[in-house]
Design a protein around this ligand. Structure first.
Ligand code: GCO
Ligand code: MN
Ligand code: MN
Length: 389
């Protein structure tokens, strides 16, 4: 029997080709690791063990300038590696940010020809994803934004983005791909200001689309932390709206550059409440580790990085179970939640009678304010469970 912290494909953990394949380049320095071919990256994930699948941008698999015959060779090697390792392709996406053609955005570019090229590139990338069985298609608008608001009308930019998503939803339907689209927010990096900076922005955008039923969100821990937000709350809102189609797990210190740390490495307590939320909500989607190993890591350490992401998730899942079974926690939860069926019945739906009853009620403010809320005790017990005491 596998150890309880050893992942299996049933856990639906995935990695992008660009995550474990990251060669350690940063804005100040050259790569510190050898670049790997897509097939080599899949083999590395096979060595990691227990991984469900792999995700890619079109150009992680097929370079933007590859010839047709080069593309065929790469795809065939990649397909063989998937067979060898039994890994699936879970998600696909488009690189609309690396090529200088997209220096001022893709779908929101001021140049109609760039916008048309972005649509063409995405349709072809959707074909490529479908060829390998991808179920989820992610949209991350890396260059959709500005440094100066003088350059673009933000209302027009949003409208351009909406038209692009509407067009591509129709393309997916037309081709019978069955994709679920997942929109990924980020406040900045690489643009000074990116449109749709948070998951909440996308949740408000989705109902304005032609096919809102096929579009959800792909929240990323680091991105909400860069915006100084509580990630768990954004994810909860997505779950409540039935829009959590995918999730990017990693970690990030607040107020720093885009770090993409191993899951749970910076804020284990936040990671705990996230895992607890996902498990209690019975989230069924892929759990993608959009992170990369430290620039100082060699290949062996990259493997440790990938194992660490999954192991931390499974440890936190176990901690969530311990938490909910803990007798101290249970009695504290009982104490802090004061039910009142009659009162809830009054407020659940408006009626004149309910309003009258509520208006006539007498509330003792002093007694309301004096009921104990031992949240210090609750949080300390939570920390002790996390610290293994
Ligand atoms: C980032 C993003 C990307 C996207 C990826 C998939 O900060 O660079 O998280 O890694 O997730 O492009 O669309
Ligand atoms: Mn990111
Ligand atoms: Mn991401």
């Amino acid at each position: 029997m596998p150890h309880r912290f050893t992942p299996t494909p049933k856990d639906k953990f995935t990695f992008g080709l660009w995550t474990v394949g990251n060669a350690g380049r940063d804005p100040f320095g050259l790569p510190t690791r050898r670049g790997m071919s897509p097939a080599e990256i899949v083999d590395l994930l096979g060595e990691v063990g227990g991984v469900h699948g792999v995700n890619f941008h079109d150009n992680d698999l097929v370079p933007i300038d590859a010839s047709a015959s080069e593309a065929e060779t790469i795809k065939s090697d990649f397909g063989k590696a998937l067979k060898r390792t039994k890994l699936k392709v879970a998600m696909a996406t488009t690189n609309l940010f690396s090529d200088p053609a997209f220096r001022d955005g893709a779908f929101t570019s001021n140049d109609a020809e760039v916008r048309a090229y972005a649509l063409q590139k995405t349709m072809k990338a959707m074909d490529l994803g479908a060829e390998f069985g991808a179920q989820v298609y992610v949209f991350w608008g890396g260059r959709e934004g500005v440094e100066t608001d003088g350059s673009k009308d933000p209302i027009e930019a949003e409208q351009r983005f909406r038209r692009a998503i509407d067009f591509l939803c129709a393309y997916s339907i037309d081709k019978n791909y069955g994709y679920r689209f997942a929109l990924e927010a980020k406040p900045n990096e690489p643009r000074g200001h990116m449109y749709f900076p948070t998951t909440g922005h996308y949740l408000a955008f989705i109902p304005t689309l032609r096919h809102p039923e096929m579009v959800g969100v792909n929240p990323e821990v680091a991105h909400e932390h860069m915006a100084g937000l509580n990630f768990c709350h954004g994810v909860a809102q997505a779950i409540g709206a039935d829009k959590l189609f995918h999730i990017d797990l990693n970690d990030q210190e607040f107020g720093r550059y885009d770090q993409d740390f191993r899951f749970g490495a910076a804020n284990p307590k936040g990671a705990f409440f996230l895992v607890k939320l996902l498990e209690e909500a019975k989230y069924q989607g892929f759990k993608h580790f959009d992170a990369h190993a430290y620039r100082t890591s060699d290949r062996d350490d990259v493997i440790e990085f990938a194992r660490g992401c999954m192991r931390t998730y499974l440890i936190l899942k176990d901690k969530a179970r311990q938490w909910s079974e803990d007798s101290d926690i249970r009695s504290l939860l009982k104490q802090i939640n004061r039910g009142g069926k009659d009162l809830d019945a009054l407020s659940v739906r408006y009626s004149k009678a309910h309003a009258e009853t509520l208006r006539a009620m007498k509330f003792d403010r002093e007694s309301l304010a004096s009921r104990p809320l031992p949240y210090e005790k609750l949080d300390q017990r939570t920390m002790e469970i996390l610290m293994g005491v």
